[in-house]
Write a protein that binds this ligand. Structure first.
Ligand SMILES: Cc1cc2nc3c(=O)[nH]c(=O)nc-3n(C[C@H](O)[C@H](O)[C@H](O)COP(=O)(O)O)c2cc1C
Ligand SMILES: CCCCCCC(=O)C(=O)O
Length: 339
């Protein structure tokens, strides 16, 4: 038996040995050409790495979502514009030729949500991503401490006041409480379908029960997401429930994945467990804050470069070659993944 560790660094090494090595590469495969491209809802993109909806990009950079959209176009990927963007649906649409999806929060004022959906359609967005894990805002303690005040949300200009006074430190919670429709339920997917012909994906599914229900009500896709762990404490890591959802969906609609994608190997693992593509949230905002459009481009390019190398070293020349047998599952994950 190995000797007892005598310092913390030695524990690090023991931990490394104890943890599973996730990837199972294959060798002697022709990887002289790697094709990362894939198709999402019929749209061809250069790699299965998309831009997650994140609110208020002008807090990170003065050009806001316009810069992010231009980076998406340059990288030939899909950007999902947040309903709570600082640039308008129209400004983003006219700034670039990226394929754009639109993320929707349904408001108490359904007439205003319907108007926004019509503007989205008119401006060439290709799908609606309905976020369903945010009937109320999770408790954002950093926002409270920082006395966070939302900037103007210009999609609502002339439609709805987004100014809220609060003495609690942050106005976000009160603002959301005032405007989001907390009564939203499965029946309302029918309402959304009745006001748009765009495909509807739902974002925020973490269980096989909800995944089956989503397919039943006729969504065009599912995003496995815990909202970047910003909503409910103790929700599972999304990677640990991805396979449960994929099994329940059974290939009937595409399953997208987000949460903690920081490396090309993370993209590879998500695809091996059945996702069609990943969405990236915070890293895009970091790139935007650091260097505007160029920063976002670099973030996406880095992830693509790492993913391409991972594919080559795993013996997968194209994304369809990435299979379940390219990753191992830990004992902890096994019971869930069998569902
Ligand atoms: C600053 C910030 C703002 C976000 N805003 C939205 C939003 O407006 N709509 C939405 O559906 N999700 C929003 N999200 C969640 C992301 O879409 C995504 O689920 C999450 O960030 C993915 O995890 P990652 O940041 O680890 O990549 C936001 C996340 C962050 C960090
Ligand atoms: C008042 C704008 C805040 C909207 C919340 C956006 C969001 O989903 C997030 O996670 O932050």
């Amino acid at each position: 038996m190995a000797s007892e560790p005598v310092n913390v660094n030695e524990f690090q090494e023991l931990a490394r040995q104890a943890l599973p090595k996730m990837l199972r590469p294959r060798v002697l495969v022709d990887v002289s050409r790697i094709d990362m491209s894939t198709t999402i809802l019929g749209y061809n993109i250069s790699a299965p790495i998309m831009i997650a909806p994140t609110a208020m990009h002008q807090l990170a950079h003065p050009e806001g979502e316009v810069a992010t959209a231009r980076a998406a176009a340059a990288c030939n990927t899909i950007m999902i514009l947040s309903n709570m963007s600082t640039c308008t649906v129209e400004e983003v649409a006219s700034s670039c030729n990226a394929v754009r999806f639109f993320q929707l929060y349904v408001l108490k004022r359904r007439d205003i949500s319907a108007q926004i959906v019509h503007r989205v359609e008119k401006n060439g967005y290709k799908a609606i991503v309905l976020t369903v894990d945010t009937p109320r805002l999770g408790r954002r303690e950093a926002d409270i401490k920082n006395r966070m005040v939302a900037p103007q949300l210009r999609n609502f200009e002339g439609l709805l006041s987004t100014e809220v006074d609060t003495d609690k430190g942050s106005n976000l919670e009160a603002l959301i409480k005032g405007i989001y429709d907390t009564s939203l339920s499965w029946e309302d997917i029918g309402w959304l379908k009745s006001i748009t012909n765009l495909p509807i994906l739902i974002k925020g599914v973490l269980t096989h029960e909800n995944a089956r229900k989503a397919v039943e009500v006729g969504v065009a896709g599912i995003v496995v997401s815990n909202h970047g762990a910003r909503q409910l404490d103790y929700t599972p890591a999304t990677i640990s429930v991805l396979e449960e959802v994929v099994h329940a969906v059974g290939g009937r609609v595409p399953v997208l994945f987000d949460g903690g994608v920081r490396r090309g190997t993370d993209v590879f693992k998500a695809l091996a467990l059945g996702a069609q593509a990943v969405l990236v949230g915070r890293p895009v905002v970091y790139g935007l804050a650091a260097n505007g459009e160029r920063g976002v481009r670099r973030v996406i390019e880095m992830l693509k470069d790492e993913f391409e190398l991972t594919m080559a070293l795993s013996g997968c020349p194209s994304v369809k070659d990435i299979t379940r047998s390219h990753v191992t599952t830990t004992e902890f994950d096994k019971p869930r993944s069998m569902l």
